[in-house]
Structure formats: structure tokens, C-alpha cells
Design a protein around this ligand. Structure first.
Ligand SMILES: Cc1cc2nc3c(=O)[nH]c(=O)nc-3n(C[C@H](O)[C@H](O)[C@H](O)COP(=O)(O)OP(=O)(O)OC[C@H]3O[C@@H](n4cnc5c(N)ncnc54)[C@H](O)[C@@H]3O)c2cc1C
Length: 388
């Protein structure tokens, strides 16, 4: 029997199908070749590497788990593995792909008219059109049901007013999926970027997810035709179903960021010497590495289990909360621990650790905060909703 691989202790790779392994390897190679070396610079410059968008499209990573309309139609596990490998590069890169596929393409694919699907999905799968998802508002984050953005009917048109905050890909997007309150309940609208009254303003001064383009969307008497509304859904379940899709990608992705920190710390512990020997030879360093390995490998096992259930159509949204809560926590703990192993070098962008640690602060908050996912599970266990 061969010894376990320190970089895949539980042998998860052997549990994957050929196509899943191939997709994971392809994305890992892409990230290694095109991202790793430059990620610190893009983070420092607060710049999204737009030149990679066509390549993400060519690799079939945009809307990859959707069927038809030029999308790859892979399994949920394959999508998760791609998220993991992308986030091992940078959470901003995985965020771009998550928002494009799960938050912008998914609602069009699930709730859009045939015309909307034909118009947008093939172009979005290629990366020729970029999407964003506007739910959060300056004053409404965890409680989107109380949103202030409105859409009212005016003849056969819709008129939208309000603003959306913290919108990933907002300044890059050709099309914004904007959720607004109507007389009938919450509806989703497709807002092309050049619509009069619509503006996307970059949010500056972020110290996390700096590589990701984040925006405020302003809607000032934005007039849209009748066919701009997503016909297939009314109510908060529309945006919440999209978030469940994207959170599923995060529960894999976070393990990728954690793995990058673990591997950086493991390499460093083997080469950095103090008191005449590598720091990996000290018991305290070993304990840190072992804690990281335990939690990250359990997280990967959890991701695979949830992915298999998603592919079988038996994954309830509460278990997506379980996965997001548990795996982001594992990743952020690993990033902070890795930072201590690299000590002073751990705060430098020459190494990936502080970048991942800072990015994971956003990942902990977006797509439902740690607290909200705790309360979702608390409600499942007790039958009582503590969040309202
Ligand atoms: C980098 C980044 C990118 C993002 N991208 C997008 C995007 O593309 N689209 C989009 O729509 N949004 C996006 N978001 C917004 C994100 O989803 C929200 O920040 C998140 O939902 C939390 O909302 P909030 O920041 O307004 O915090 P709040 O809701 O104001 O929460 C503040 C604190 O109160 C806690 N809290 C709130 N309610 C309760 C309760 N009932 N019980 C206990 N504690 C509670 C929260 O957990 C948190 O700790 C992004 C955010 C970031 C940081």
C-alpha cells in the first residue's frame, strides 16, 4: 500500500471520474500558467485580468454546469473542482466565474424566456458578454426581502429606481440582473449597461478581493421594455435560488484558497531554517500544519459529498449553508495559520498567503454571512427562526 500524498491525504483524486480529474487538471494548469505568478500584482493594482475572460470561455468554465445554449453541461462535482482550482489562484478569479455562471447566467437559463436565453447565454458562455447580479443594497444586505429598489409598470414599460451595492463584475458587465420590488413581489430584470439612467461606479479602497471588480449600481428612472423582466419567477425565491447555486461553488472554492495557503506554508516550513534546522522540524509548526491538513481535507471530503448529492438532485439548501459555513471557516483558519508559519514573509504579496487571507474575509461575508448560515442551520436543528 502506498503512503498517503501530503497534498491529497485522503486520496480524493481517486474518488473522481476521468472527466472530473481532467477538468480539475486543466484548470489547475491554466491557473498555474496564467495566474499564479501575476496574482499578487493584479491584487496590488486592484485590476481584474480581463485578458483571461476569453480563455475562461474557451475552457468552457463560464456557465459550465448549465445545459445547452453553448454551455458545457458538466456535473456539479466538475464545476466545484473548477471553482477550487480557480480559487487556489485567487478568490477574485473564482468570484468572476461564480457570478457569471451561477448568478447571471443561471437566472436567465432557469427563469428567462427563450428569446432572452438565445440572446445572452451563448455570448456569456464564450465570455463575449459579461453579467452581474444586483441584489444587495447600501442599506439592505442580509435581509434582501426588505429591498428598496422598485420597478413600477408604466404602460407596457417598467421603470426602475434604486441602487445596488457591492456588485461583483458590476463595472465589467454588459448585462445586469437586477432584482427589484414590484406590486407583484420581487422580480428580476435584465438591464443592458447602456440603458439611460443606469450607471455602474467602481467601489475603491477595498483591502480584500482587490482583483475583483466591485461596483455600486445606480438606477435612476431606468425605463425597460416589458420583455426585460425574467418571466419565470416572482418572489424572493428567484434570487435565493441563484445564491444557492453560487454558494455551492464557494464551498469548493474556499478549499482551493486554503490549499494554496497550506502548500505555501508546507514548502516554507521545509526550507526556512531557524536554530539550525527547518522550522517544519519544530513540534509547534507541525501541529499547525496538521490542523490545517485535517480541516482542509475534511472540507474537501464534505465538498465531494455535497457535490455528489447535488448531482443526484438531493442537496437541500440548508446543506449548502453547512458547506459554505464550514469550508470558509476551515479556509480562513488555514490562511491565518499559514500566515504565522511564514511570519514576516507571510504579510508580503511575494507569497500568496496574506492575499488569500484578506480575500477570504469577503468570502466569509458574501453570499450569506457566517452568522446567517449559522442561523439557517440553527433553524433546521430547532425549528425556530432566530434571524427575524
Ligand atoms: C467583495 C464583495 C462582493 C460582493 N458581491 C455581491 C454581488 O455580486 N451581488 C450582490 O447582490 N451582493 C454582493 N455582495 C454583498 C454581500 O452579499 C453582502 O455584503 C452580505 O449579504 C452581507 O450584507 P451586509 O454587508 O449589508 O451586512 P449586514 O446585513 O448589514 O450585516 C451586518 C452584520 O450583522 C449580522 N446580521 C444581520 N442580520 C442578522 C441576524 N438576523 N442575526 C444575526 N446577525 C445578523 C451579519 O451577519 C453581519 O455580521 C458582495 C460583498 C462583498 C464584500
Amino acid at each position: 500500500m502506498s503512503k498517503p500524498d501530503p497534498r491529497d491525504l485522503l486520496g480524493i483524486r481517486d474518488q473522481l471520474g476521468d472527466e472530473e480529474r481532467e477538468i480539475a487538471d486543466t484548470v489547475r494548469n491554466f491557473v498555474h500558467k496564467e495566474v499564479v505568478e501575476h496574482a499578487g500584482e493584479w491584487f496590488e493594482d486592484a485590476r481584474f485580468p480581463e485578458h483571461l475572460i476569453p480563455k475562461l470561455g474557451e475552457l468552457g468554465l463560464l456557465g459550465m454546469h448549465l445545459e445547452g445554449y453553448g454551455c458545457a453541461g458538466t456535473s456539479a462535482v466538475a464545476y466545484g473542482l473548477a471553482c477550487l482550482e480557480l480559487e487556489a489562484g485567487d478568490s477574485g478569479l473564482r468570484s468572476f466565474v461564480s457570478v457569471q455562471g451561477s448568478l447571471a447566467m443561471f437566472p436567465i437559463w432557469r427563469y428567462g424566456s427563450e428569446e432572452q436565453k438565445e440572446r445572452w447565454l451563448p455570448a456569456m458562455a464564450r465570455g463575449d458578454a459579461i453579467g452581474c447580479f444586483g441584489l444587495t443594497e447600501p442599506d439592505r444586505g442580509s435581509d434582501p426581502g426588505d429591498m428598496r429598489t422598485t420597478a413600477r409598470r408604466d404602460g407596457s414599460d417598467w421603470v426602475l429606481n434604486g441602487s445596488k451595492m457591492w456588485i461583483t463584475n458590476g463595472t465589467l458587465a454588459d448585462i445586469a440582473v437586477v432584482w427589484a420590488r414590484t406590486d407583484e413581489g420581487v422580480r428580476g430584470f435584465l438591464v443592458p449597461r447602456d440603458t439611460p439612467g443606469f450607471a455602474a461606479r467602481e467601489i475603491k479602497h477595498k483591502l480584500s478581493l482587490r482583483m475583483s471588480a466591485t461596483a455600486e449600481l445606480v438606477l435612476d428612472d431606468v425605463r425597460l421594455p416589458e420583455d426585460a423582466v425574467l418571466p419565470g419567477v416572482t418572489g424572493l425565491r428567484g434570487p435565493l435560488s441563484c445564491l444557492a447555486e453560487a454558494r455551492y461553488g464557494i464551498l469548493w472554492g474556499a478549499i482551493g484558497a486554503g490549499r494554496a495557503c497550506f502548500e505555501s506554508a508546507l514548502d516554507y516550513a521545509g526550507s526556512r531554517e531557524q536554530f539550525g534546522k527547518p522550522i517544519g522540524g519544530f513540534q509547534l509548526t507541525q501541529q499547525k500544519l496538521v490542523e490545517m491538513a485535517l480541516e482542509l481535507n475534511k472540507g474537501l471530503l464534505l465538498a465531494l459529498h455535497l457535490g455528489r448529492r447535488k448531482d443526484a438532485g438531493t442537496l437541500p439548501p440548508e446543506l449548502v449553508s453547512f458547506g459554505k459555513l464550514s469550508n470558509v471557516r476551515a479556509a480562513i483558519d488555514a490562511a491565518r495559520t499559514a500566515r504565522t508559519i511564514l511570519a514576516a514573509n507571510g504579510i508580503s504579496l511575494e507569497y500568496p498567503v496574506i492575499r488569500h487571507a484578506n480575500n477570504l474575509e469577503s468570502v466569509l461575508t458574501y453570499e450569506g454571512t457566517e452568522e446567517i448560515h449559522t442561523l439557517v442551520l440553527g433553524q433546521l436543528l430547532t425549528g425556530q427562526a432566530a434571524y427575524r
